[in-house]
Design a protein around this ligand. Sequence first.
Ligand code: THU
Length: 156
Amino acid sequence: MKKDFHFSYELLSHWKELPIEDQVLVDKAFEAVETAYAPYSEFKVGASVRLDSDAIVTGSNQENAAYPSGLCAERVALFHIGASFPKQTIKTICIVAKGTLIPDYKLLSPCGGCRQVMLESENRQKSKIRIIIVNQDNRTMIVPSVIDLLPFGFGS
Ligand code: THU
């Protein structure tokens, strides 16, 4: 039996085309980039998360000389939410980055580990989390749900 998986996403040429509420979230992710500690990769990532209270929580990648001990921006933000706002529902997560590891024109895309963590957040809250990814050339991708980024994720 052959089965297909389809998902839709939206592409904008610049994040300034987003509604103002999302532009605020993007601004916060850009602010978070500046708090990244990334001396090893020199690739700084910022994540901002809008909760249903409309509070915005941010995270940035935090590296370590013992490389695997570091953590991605998305997980820094999501685990902070788990620890400090466990009852809140996540509406949207925005991801931005700065560095040459990924060229400006290339799609910035969350790593598999962050997708798995985002998926579990989505499953726990039983409602979709929107993902806004802003490339370094400002092109912007909007994905309606984490399941679109990780079909068949573990535990889903
Ligand atoms: N990184 C993130 O923060 N998020 C991702 O989704 C992918 C990668 C970080 C990890 C590491 O500090 C640096 O980017 C280079 O991989």
